[in-house]
Ligand binder design. Sequence first.
Ligand code: ARG
Length: 579
Amino acid sequence: MNIIQQLDQPISQAMQQAGAPDNAPAVIKPSNRPEFGDYQANGIMGVAKQLKMNPRELATTVVEILEKSGDLAEIVEKIEIAGPGFINIHLSNDWLAQQAKNVLNNKTDQVDKAQQPQTIVVDYSGPNLAKEMHVGHLRSTIIGDAVARVLSFQGHNVIRQNHVGDWGTQFGMLIAHMIDQPDSELGLQLSDLETFYREAKIRFDEDETFAESARNYVVKLQAGDEECLTHWQQFIEISLQHCEDVYSKLNVLLSRADVKPESSYNDELPVVISDLDKAGLLTEDNGAKCVFLEEFKGKDDSILPAIVQKSDGGYLYATTDLAALKYRQHALKASRMLYFVDARQNLHLKQVFSISKKAGFVNEDTSLEHMAFGTMMGNDGKPFKTRVGGTTKLVDLLTEAEQRAFDLVSEKNPTLDVTERKTIANIVGMGAVKYADLSKNRTSDYIFNWDTMLSFEGNTAPYLQYAYARISSIFRKVENYNAQADVIINEPAEHQLALKLLQFSDAIQSVAKDGMPNFLCNYLFELAGNFMTFYEACPILKEGVAVEVKESRLQLAQLTANTLKTGLDLLGIETLERM
Ligand code: ARG
């Protein structure tokens, strides 16, 4: 159900009949003021300028043609010329009512399916397994998850790739530290990876013998030594379980099957180097193997190299990413790859994207997109830290969110039993943290603020969850709901709500195209606002409301609830029937 598409074709045709060139766009946009109608066609101005015509005259001709052809007769109530040559389009109440009904009856998809489903790799989360996930991993994990859900919903073949870091030099240090622990204590110690890592690091920095043995373990590990591998696997297994706890708390869909760790590319790394060599892309620089590309220049105009093999033979982050790009193209057959990775890795990704195309690892027409995001800041405007100034374990932040939500729920609903309050607290707390992030434009930094995110007013998850619960409460009061009833639209608030409901597809399409969940958040926020206005202006269960009016309004309420639920679900946020 895409209204713009339905308007576009007849209007473009009329423009051509009025003398516009074949590909002249109608440029149809939703109007931002109801008095100007529901949509505006803005393309006439540009065409008129090109043809040296008076735009208002051209607009008049276009409108006359449209009226004569009757092509839009069913869809529009009124078309009028406005300003220097826009066309304002007022949609017909009956048409909107019919479309809403078709969606409710599953005769029309509310959200259009992808016309050409693609295989899309979504690279997100990707924590380093040497430590526990910290707040810096939140954004990639939840933004990537929301976009992956949206793409699957459109019918694409989505392949999630959790590119976890499990193969760096840090693992030598961790193995050395593991080996020195009594067996009986190891399990407990690994239940707090943060502390375990810190202890290992202190030893590494202060004790030369330990550092030496750590370095030996890296070499042994990479050479496939059995004992080393066993320790390493034990560590990785526990670390992944920590990640999975976080994913499940956060309602993120990543599973074990989506983990494609750095180590899995190990055997491919020498092949990457020889392929690059064959492609004539390798240069030796102080013993290191590098790729120099003209397009990447530093401040002083010198080319910034991408190092792919160190002088000691070791491979780098970039080498692994090149191997991953090859794999995603040739084994997974992706035609689009999205990387939800911190903006600070922009140069790295630009380099590997460009190299992978030049080396033929990735097809020319495969779309490689860095979906960059900014940093989560504390109230002081600096990167988010704990009260004592350390990096926050993600799990601690999430637990705090649940606790705060629990207090809030207990305040509002002291009589609810504790288990129920806990369930609500998880859904509201996680919703609040996720939505606060997803609703911001991902490219900018944002300030993490408990009070605003947990507020029941404004553009927050609790507000939307509450709007959903409120509609559910209406339905609990309805005795016999007639799902067969017609939708009838008379009031402006009904018109506005139906229109918004039919614009869901546009919001979804924008998220899919630009990887920006904030478009969907804004949409849901506006939808909830439209519903509140409708609910005030158009009583449903009040005495004296005619049966057919009540039944029609219930249908609109039902479709609103469905849309809020689906929309929040696509953001990875759950809803509640009561809260
Ligand atoms: N492990 C990396 C980090 O923590 C993120 C991985 C992102 N994905 C990738 N293909 N490079 O910074």
